[in-house]
Each structure stands twice: as structure tokens, then as C-alpha cells.
Ligand binder design. Structure first.
Ligand code: 13P
Length: 250
């Protein structure tokens, strides 16, 4: 059985005091919620502070929103996998569409980051997804397949890998993929993972849906057989909404 994973990606939002307050809020509510792995990806500057707050808390794990592939050196403004690890991260999000769009990350760069993250013993949440133009042009499967194959080329994949299907047109737009559309893409992603690994091993990999997930649509999405959790942006900023999404796993 795949344990559900609900991740909050705060992107470039919240200051440290707000982050600390959010963590206190979720720590209070989490014991009453269904079992799930909970991962929070705050801005880098908040990680070490939050880790101290979470020291005795095994329920909430931290993730970096990105990292560079080099282990150290003269790369002003960048951060390494080892730095994320030492700040208390268990996960790192790689290949987010905002990184691809605004910072020109391609599959080759993401591939190098995955390799580097693995050597720092970070678990990876790899994001893939098509633009609206690509979906309308019937290219969804081709795009997602080449993103997966490009990112995972030469990588030893095991069930620590998490894939997040985030259709670009659904991110921050309020336009969620229908549960049917999402399930179809997730099943396709699992079939590609099956060809990279084995079909049997692909059943162990969690595939999250991301893109305008809210408490209003989460139950329907999370109820689909190949949707193993959610990568939540906007709705993760409010602790009540994030907890309501976790609650909809029931
Ligand atoms: P929204 O939930 O704000 O659409 O963002 C999704 C996302 O990009 C999570 O990584």
C-alpha cells in the first residue's frame, strides 16, 4: 500500500514568524487527522528555524523547493543538497514548472539535480506536467513522458522517488484538472515508470497531483486509484485549508 503524501509548497510566501505560527497550528490539529506523510516546503530561509520547532515531531517533514547540483563552491545565490539536508530537509522538490519557466531549467539540469540530491540522501519530489497549449495540441502524454525520461535518465530509481503531476495550466489558476483527467495522466505516468523500473515496482511509487487543489476538490481527486496525494500551493498557506485537504483522505 502506498502511504498518502500531502505536501505544501509555499513558494515565495510567508515570513518566518508566520511560518512558525503555521507550524504550531498544524501540530495542534494533525493528531486528529487521517494518517499521511506530511511534507512542508517553505522558503530556504525558514528551514532551520522550522526544524528546531519540529525537532520532536516525526509527523511533519521538511523539503527544499529547489537546489543546485554542485556540492559547494562559487555559485552565488545557490544552495546545495547537503545544505538542505543539514537544515533538516528530508525531501527536495525538483523540476517545478515555475523553475522550468522562470529559471529556464531543462530536463538535463533536473537530471543533474536529481543525481546530486540522491548523493545528499534527499528524497525527490519530481514535478512534471504540460502547458495548456500542449494539452490542447494533444501532446500531454509525449510531454510528460519526455520529462520523466529526461529527468530520470541514468538514475537509479527506487520507491523513495515521488512524482508530482502538475499541469501548468492548473497551477494557481483555479482551473483544476478534473479527477478523470488527473487519473488518466497519473495512470500514464505509472505506466512510464513501469517501463523505466518494472510494472511491479512502479506500483510502489507515489504520484501526487498538484494544481489548484483546495478542500473543495481534494476528496474527489484523492479518491482516484493512482492519485496518492497532493502537492498544494496556495491552499497550503492557510493551515485550516491544508488540514481540510488532509482530512479529505478519509
Ligand atoms: P497551486 O495549488 O497554488 O495551484 O500551486 C500548485 C503548485 O504549484 C504546487 O507545487
Amino acid at each position: 500500500m502506498r502511504r498518502p503524501l500531502i505536501a505544501g509548497n509555499w513558494k515565495m510566501n510567508k515570513l518566518i514568524p508566520e511560518a512558525v505560527e503555521w507550524v504550531a497550528g498544524i501540530q495542534e490539529r494533525l493528531p486528529g487527522l487521517p494518517d499521511a506523510e506530511i511534507v512542508l516546503a517553505p522558503p530556504f530561509t525558514h528551514l532551520a528555524v522550522l526544524k528546531l520547532r519540529l525537532e520532536n515531531d516525526s509527523l511533519i517533514k521538511l523539503a527544499g523547493q529547489n537546489m543546485f547540483w554542485e556540492p559547494q563552491g562559487a555559485f552565488t545565490g545557490e544552495i546545495s543538497g547537503a545544505m538542505l539536508k543539514s537544515a533538516g530537509c528530508e525531501y527536495v522538490i525538483l523540476g517545478h514548472s515555475e523553475r522550468r519557466l522562470f529559471f529556464h531549467e531543462d530536463d538535463a539540469a533536473i537530471n543533474k539535480k536529481i543525481l546530486s540530491a540522491q548523493s545528499s540522501e534527499l528524497k525527490i519530489i519530481l514535478c512534471v506536467g504540460e502547458t495548456l497549449e500542449q494539452r490542447n495540441g494533444g501532446q500531454t502524454e509525449d510531454v510528460v513522458k519526455s520529462q520523466l525520461q529526461g529527468a530520470l535518465e541514468g538514475i537509479e530509481v527506487d520507491d523513495d522517488l515521488v512524482v508530482a503531476y502538475e499541469p501548468v495550466w492548473a497551477i494557481g489558476t483555479g482551473l483544476t484538472a478534473t479527477p478523470e483527467q488527473a487519473q488518466e495522466s497519473h495512470a500514464f505516468i505509472r505506466s512510464i515508470l513501469g517501463s523505466i523500473l518494472t510494472p511491479e515496482d512502479s506500483l510502489k511509487i507515489r504520484i501526487l497531483y498538484g494544481g489548484s487543489v483546495t478542500p473543495d476538490n481534494s476528496r474527489d481527486l484523492l479518491g482516484r486509484p493512482d492519485i496518492d496525494g497532493a502537492l498544494v500551493g496556495g491552499a497550503s498557506l492557510a493551515v485550516e485549508k491544508f488540514c481540510a485537504i488532509i482530512a479529505s483522505l478519509n
